[in-house]
Design a protein around this ligand. Structure first.
Ligand SMILES: [Zn+2]
Length: 115
């Protein structure tokens, strides 16, 4: 799902999206003219090949995340961790979820036999 920047209020708006068995839900709020803060939870599981034996297994996940989405290039002075720049006037929650998932997949994960 995606929401237009201009439709996100400072009081916040709920979002809820899903990719496979992973759900990402929470509240998006406008914190400055071109900046939106998304605070929520990623919950569910995803399949991964064990980094030791190569066996596919399901990894459970429940993690609180806070991520900022900037409309266009981020130009403010204070540096933000977890920043995504958006170039189409939308906050795309699927894109956020996908990029978080990619970062989980970059970690070394082991199946229950190899832990
Ligand atoms: Zn393994």
């Amino acid at each position: 799902m995606k929401i237009e920047f201009k439709k996100i209020p400072i009081t916040g708006i709920d979002f809820d999206t899903k990719i496979g068995d992973l759900r990402f839900y929470g509240v998006a709020e406008k914190i400055s003219e071109k900046l939106v803060k998304c605070k929520g939870v990623i919950e569910g599981n995803f399949s991964h090949s064990c980094d030791r034996c190569g066996e596919d297994f399901l990894q459970n996940l429940k993690e609180e995340i806070e991520i900022f989405v900037c409309q266009g290039i981020y130009k403010e002075d204070n540096e933000l961790l977890n920043l995504i720049e958006s170039f189409d006037d939308f906050v795309n929650f699927d894109t956020i979820l996908k990029s978080e998932l990619e970062s989980y997949r970059c970690d070394y994960l082991y199946c229950k036999n190899c832990k």
